[in-house]
Ligand binder design. Structure first.
Ligand code: SF4
Length: 350
C-alpha cells in the first residue's frame, strides 16, 4: 500500500478529495505528516474520522520504520531503518553540544565501492524513494527529547546522492519547506564522490544547500585505487565544485578519509595543496573508522593522531583551511554501513 508521505502536495489533495475531503484538509494532513511527524491516522485529531478511515483503506501513513538502534556512549545513535520491501538503510544521529546532526542515506547499498566503506561492499540494490529519504528525518526527530532538536542534516550515509537526484531534490524540498520539516538550506549538506554533470544539475536546483566532495586523494591514480568506480578526473570534479561555489556562494568542503601509508603521506599533502590550495574551500580530514572485514582483506589501517596532525599541518602550510573530524560512536559499528552489515544475520530488536 502506498504511504501518504509518498504523495506530492497535488497528489495529496487529489487523494483527500477522492476520499470525500476538502483541499484545506489536505493541508492539515500535510502538517500532521511533516510538521508534527505523526505515524498514525488516529493522531490527526482535526481531521474527521470518516476521512481518516477512508484514507486508511488506501494508504499507510509512512513507508518505513526503525528496526534497530545502536547507541554509543557519546550519545551517537545509529538507526537501522526498515523500508516497505524489507530492505534496510542506516541513518546516524550525532548530538554534540547544542547541535544535533543527522546523517541520512539515499540508496540501498552503494555503487561507488570505496575500498574503505562497508556500504559499498555489495554494490547498490536500488535508489530510495523521495519518501524513504525524507522519512529518515521524521524517524530520527522522534527519538529526540525536548529541548534537543535536529539542527543539521548531512546527506552522507549509504549511497551516492548525485545518482539519485530525482528522488533527493524533492526530498530536500520537503525537509526545507516551511510547510514540511522546515530546516534551513544552510543547515543541509549534500556529499558526493564526484559526478560533475550531476553536480551541475544540483547547482541549478534551488535553494542553495552546502556541497561536500569526498575527494580522498588529489592524484587520479591513487583516487581510482580508493574509489574504484571514479571515472572523472580530479581536475573535473574540482572544477564542478568550484562552479557550485561560483553559482551558490557556498564554500565547498572536501572530505578526505585518511588511511595510514596510503593517502596520508607527505606527497599526498603536496598534490592536495596543488589541486585545492588556490580555492576557497575547507578540507575535512576523517581518520578511517576501521571495518574489520575491509581491514583484514585490504590491509587498511587508521592513521595515528600524529600522522593525522602532520598531514593537517602540511595542508595548512599550503594555505588550506583544515578540520579534523573527531571519532564519534566508536564503540558501536561506527563506520557507514556497519550496522546494516552486522544486522544482516540477526533479528530486528527495536
Ligand atoms: S563512502 Fe560513501 S560513496 Fe563510498 S562506498 Fe561508502 S557510501 Fe558509497
Amino acid at each position: 500500500m502506498r504511504s501518504l508521505t509518498d504523495l506530492t502536495d497535488t497528489a495529496l489533495v487529489a487523494a483527500v478529495e477522492a476520499c470525500g475531503g476538502k483541499p484545506f484538509q489536505a493541508r492539515q494532513i500535510l502538517h500532521w505528516l511533516w510538521r508534527h511527524g505523526v505515524d498514525d491516522f488516529a493522531q490527526m485529531s482535526n481531521v474527521p474520522a470518516r476521512l481518516r478511515s477512508s484514507l486508511a483503506e488506501r494508504f499507510t501513513v509512512r513507508c518505513s520504520s526503525v528496526a534497530r538502534v545502536d547507541a554509543a556512549a557519546d550519545g551517537t545513535e545509529k538507526l537501522l531503518v526498515r523500508l516497505g520491501d524489507g530492505e534496510t538503510v542506516e541513518c546516524v544521529l550525532i548530538p554534540e553540544g547544542d547541535r544535533t546532526t543527522l546523517c541520512i542515506s539515499t540508496q540501498v547499498g552503494c555503487p561507488v565501492g570505496c575500498v574503505f566503506c562497508a556500504s559499498g561492499m555489495f554494490g547498490v540494490k536500488r535508489n530510495l524513494t523521495t519518501a524513504e529519504i525524507s522519512e529518515q528525518v521524521l524517524l530520527a526527530q522522534a527519538r529526540l527529547q525536548a529541548p534537543r532538536r535536529l539542527t543539521n542534516l548531512v546527506v552522507m550515509g549509504m549511497g551516492e546522492p548525485m545518482l539519485n537526484l530525482d528522488a533527493l531534490l524533492p526530498a530536500l524540498q520537503r525537509i526545507h519547506d516551511p510547510d514540511g520539516i522546515d530546516m534551513g538550506a544552510r543547515r543541509i549538506t549534500v556529499s558526493t564522490s564526484g559526478y560533475p554533470r550531476q553536480m551541475e544539475r544540483f547547482a541549478a536546483a534551488d535553494p542553495a544547500y552546502n556541497l561536500a566532495v569526498s575527494l580522498h586523494a588529489a592524484d587520479d591514480e591513487l583516487r581510482r585505487r580508493l574509489v574504484p568506480s571514479a571515472t572523472h578526473a580530479v581536475q573535473d570534479i574540482v572544477a564542478a565544485a568550484h562552479q557550485y561555489f561560483g553559482r551558490k556562494g557556498r564554500e565547498v568542503t572536501y572530505e578526505v578519509v585518511l588511511l595510514e601509508g596510503i593517502n596520508d603521506r607527505p606527497e599526498d599533502a603536496v598534490t592536495m595543496v596543488d589541486a585545492l590550495g588556490a580555492l576557497p574551500c575547507t578540507v575535512n580530514l576523517i581518520p578511517w573508522n576501521p571495518v574489520e572485514e575491509l581491514a583484514l582483506a585490504g590491509g587498511l589501517r587508521r592513521p595515528s593522531s600524529a600522522r593525522v596532525d602532520a598531514f593537517a599541518d602540511a595542508l595548512r602550510r599550503g594555505g588550506l583551511k583544515v578540520t579534523v573530524r573527531r571519532q564519534r560512536g566508536a564503540d558501536r559499528s561506527a563506520a557507514c554501513g556497519q550496522l546494516r552489515l552486522r544486522a544482516a544475520d540477526s533479528a530486528p530488536r527495536a
